[in-house]
Each structure stands twice: as C-alpha cells, then as structure tokens.
Design a protein around this ligand. Structure first.
Ligand code: NAD
Length: 286
C-alpha cells in the first residue's frame, strides 16, 4: 500500500509545504493537508477553481490530488484552549475541529493511520522587530506557533503513525548564526525546533520507531518570507555567496523532504539537513 502523509502548513502553491506535498505525491503518497483556519477559505476556493492546476502538475503529467484539507490552528491543542475572541472571530466560526487534538482525531476517524508527518509552518508576530525590542508576548507567540506546534503535532499524531514512519520540519540557519532581520524571537524558535528534533527523535524512535528530522532550508520567496521583508536580500546574498550559484527552488527542498521521510533514509534521525546550495558551509561572504 502507498504511504499516507499529513502536511501541516499549506495555504497556497508558493511555499515549502506545497512543494513537499508534490514531491511526496510524485513518489506515490496519499496527501492530506492541514491549512491555517484564516487561510482555509481562499485556499479551498482557489483549489476548486483550478487556480493551482498548473502547479499541481507532477513530473508524469498527472495532477497532484489532495485527498482532504483539514482546517488547523497549531497554536491550540484542545477546544478548551481556544479563547472566546478566536471562537467568535468570523474567520474561525465557519470551521470546526481545528485544534491539533481534534485534527488528529479526525484523521484517525477518516483514515485510521498515517506514515508521514510534515510540519511546514511558522509564525512570529514581531518577526520584523529586533530581538532586543521584542515583547514577551511576541517571543512566546513565535515559540508557540513555530516550535511547540511541532511538539504538539507529533505528540497527537504519533499514536496513529505506522512504525517505520517519519516526520520532518523546516528550520532556518538564523537559529545558529546571526541573521539580522529575522527577529521577534523567530531565531530562538528555530533553535528550539532544532534541539527538539534531537530529543523527539530519541523519544519517538524508542517508543514508536518513528524518525524525526528537520531541513534547514535556504531562502525562498514564500508568502511567510515576504512578510518578514528581507527575503529578496537573502536570496541575492545566497546567490552571490553559496558554493552552488543558483536560486534555490522549493522543489529541491521537497525532494530532500521526500528522501528524509522515505526508507532510503532509514538510518537518519535527529538530524538537521541543510538544503541551501551549501551556503551554511561558508565562513565569509565573498
Ligand atoms: P508559507 O507561507 O508557505 O508557510 C507557512 C504556513 O504556516 C502558511 O501556510 C501559514 O498559513 C501557516 N501557519 C501560520 N501559523 C499557523 C498556525 N498557527 N497553524 C497552522 N498553520 C499556520 O511559507 P514557507 O516559507 O514555505 O514556510 C514553511 C516553513 O519553512 C516554515 O517553518 C518556515 O520557517 C520555513 N523556512 C522558510 C524559509 C524561507 O526562506 N521561506 C527558509 C527556511 C525555513
């Protein structure tokens, strides 16, 4: 039987989540996605109206099929955690069962199990502020949406993951090197995500035979990255300084993710894998 993947963090056809979905679909996996509640309507409408058909094309000419789209807000674990103002918000009121626990329950009800869990989401409300000017709330919100969201997803999905399965997340080198402009505690959030990758690899490996890795991806002009404001500069910098001088395509990250959740990488876990044209290996810009 083919593998089944749940990919959290797909809301358009520009980001890494979409590219990972395509690579997994091309390798024969069944695709389920989790889409941030406020972005759900426009994503589903665009899908239905064929707006993504061109980018749904797989190498064999067929179109990627998304079996089901689940509304998800990965900063809430259970219904009782959702504050009143969010419950009443009209962008949330039209959807239901979108906390992490409820989504895992729905996927279990609908499909029984999954093999692959992908975390391709991040959010830092103060990302454009330097760390020194970041509020406590902004910092904690970045960690909640970008780091604990992975702990929570794995915690709730791992009981329905088949042994031998794997998970992957996306991180950024700002966790370990100074990248001015990646603020609001987002650098801290990525450091937590990378450290958690190791601890969770041990825990999920021992208890469930599940592998946990993260991809440290180079810069991509996704919707999230454009919101940070410095992405064009980062793409230019990478092009100028990386060992491989080309623009990074989302598909290259998608393909590496497909490898890291496949049996081809059965001995790789707890790793940060760089998919960045080698930029991480440079000591100076030239
Ligand atoms: P993207 O906009 O395609 O993906 C981010 C997604 O997160 C969006 O779909 C958004 O709706 C979703 N999201 C935000 N808050 C959420 C929440 N609370 N619950 C559920 N979903 C939520 O952008 P992307 O750049 O492809 O980001 C995917 C991952 O790649 C992120 O972890 C990001 O940090 C990482 N990354 C990006 C770059 C880059 O240059 N774009 C580089 C390295 C790592």
């Amino acid at each position: 039987r083919g593998k089944r993947a749940f990919i959290a963090g797909v809301a358009d056809d520009n980001g890494y989540g979409w590219a990972i979905a395509k690579s997994l679909a091309a390798a024969g996996a069944e695709i389920l996605v989790g889409t941030w509640v406020p972005a759900l309507n426009i994503f589903e409408t665009s899908l239905r109206r064929g707006k993504f058909d061109e980018s749904r094309k797989l190498p064999n000419g067929s179109l990627m099929q998304i079996t089901k789209v689940y509304p998800l807000d990965a900063v809430y674990d259970r219904p009782e955690d959702v504050p009143e103002d969010i419950k009443k918000n009209k962008r949330y009121a039209g959807s239901s069962k979108w906390t992490v626990q409820e989504v895992a329950e729905s996927v279990k009800q609908d499909f029984g199990s999954i093999d692959i869990l992908v975390h391709s989401l991040a959010n830092g409300p103060e990302v454009s502020k330097p760390l020194l000017e970041t509020s406590r709330n902004g910092y904690l919100a970045a960690i909640s949406a970008s780091s604990y969201s992975f702990v929570s997803l794995l915690k709730h999905f791992v009981p329905i993951m088949n042994p031998g399965g794997a998970s992957i997340s996306l991180t950024y080198i700002a966790s370990e090197r100074i990248i001015p402009g990646y603020g609001g505690g987002m650098s801290s959030a990525k450091a937590a995500l990378e450290s958690d990758t190791q601890v969770l690899a041990f825990e999920a490996g021992r208890k469930y035979k599940i592998r946990v890795n993260t991809i440290s991806a180079g810069p991509l002009g996704s919707r999230a990255a454009k919101a940070i404001g410095f992405i064009d500069k980062m793409i230019e910098y990478s092009f100028a300084n990386a060992p491989i001088q080309k623009e990074l395509s989302a598909d290259e990250v998608g393909n590496a993710a497909a490898f890291l959740v496949s049996p081809l990488s059965s001995a790789i876990t707890g790793a940060v894998v760089y998919v960045d044209n080698g930029l991480n290996a440079m000591g100076v810009g030239i």
